[in-house]
Design a protein around this ligand. Structure first.
Ligand SMILES: O=C(O)CCC(=O)C(=O)O
Length: 256
């Protein structure tokens, strides 16, 4: 019998022990060095409220051998086998982020669906949130419980409690606990796939440092958020294990 704990049913899936320390440590080192520089260059943002950085693969930021290592990791066969089996075999790369704790220990988190931060109206969001794949692949580089999700909300709209909380109305605030919330406990080596369009929030203060790979359906409405210089150069494509995920993004971007 097929398990009910599927991405399709819940909007997330955790694959335990997918990576060995030998596979993750070189990536972790590259990201730590990126992060140190990022903190120096974004001191004000970090001190005020940052919880993540982005565009880690942007050209000119990392030494090119490290950038290629990241592209190779992003296109790793194990990741894409899991994505094909659980979500879709036609996803495009749409970016990278690192999630960490805010400096201010009192900073509140916020329930959201990623789709609420683009320029769509609420009616437009409602019409497409369950039809377009946009997802995070979270690779925790430390054991953590830094994310909480509301299972199933990738395919149903909010309850009144959820909507009031996300919108901060009727006495609710964005960080108030939600009845259906589920905290995910992740260990280094695990991989979490979750829908960006489901209701979720970060949980801070538990010492998280996670590498998020973002993927979506190969459609211009989403890939317009991917800067052109975050994908490999044409000349580098042949050096990658599996370049299809980048080629799909590049093909869409060439039509924009
Ligand atoms: O881990 C977090 O802080 C939230 C993650 C997230 O997906 C987001 O901010 O879109």
């Amino acid at each position: 019998m097929r398990s009910v704990h599927t991405y399709e049913n819940n909007g997330y899936i955790v694959i335990r022990g997918l990576f060995s320390p030998d596979e993750l440590n070189p990536i972790h080192d590259i990201l730590l060095s990126f992060h140190e520089n990022w903190l120096l260059e974004n001191t004000e943002f970090y001190q005020s409220h940052a919880i993540n950085s982005a565009y880690i693969t942007q050209k000119g930021i990392l030494p090119s051998k490290d950038r290629i290592k990241l592209f190779n990791f992003i296109s790793d066969e194990k990741i894409h086998k899991a994505l094909s089996e659980n979500v879709s075999d036609n996803l495009a790369f749409m970016g990278t982020q690192i999630f960490f704790d805010p400096l201010n220990k009192k900073q509140k988190n916020y329930w959201h669906r990623d789709i609420q931060y683009n320029t769509l109206t609420l009616d437009e969001q409602k019409a497409i949130f369950d039809k377009q794949n946009a997802l995070h692949v979270r690779i925790p580089l430390k054991d953590e419980n830094g994310i909480e999700i509301v299972p199933g909300t990738h395919k149903r709209w909010d309850t009144e409690e959820e909507f009031d909380t996300r919108m901060e109305q009727n006495g609710k605030l964005k960080h108030h606990d939600l009845m259906g919330g589920k905290t995910l406990r992740l260990q280094k080596g695990d991989m979490l796939i979750f829908s960006a369009n489901m209701i979720h929030r970060g949980l801070y203060g538990k010492d998280r440092f996670a590498f998020d790979l973002l993927f979506s359906d190969p459609i211009p409405e989403i890939l317009k958020f991917l800067p052109d210089d975050c994908v490999p150069d044409e000349a580098d494509l042949d050096k990658l294990q599996n370049n299809a995920v980048f080629k799909r993004s590049m093909a869409v971007k060439q039509t924009q």
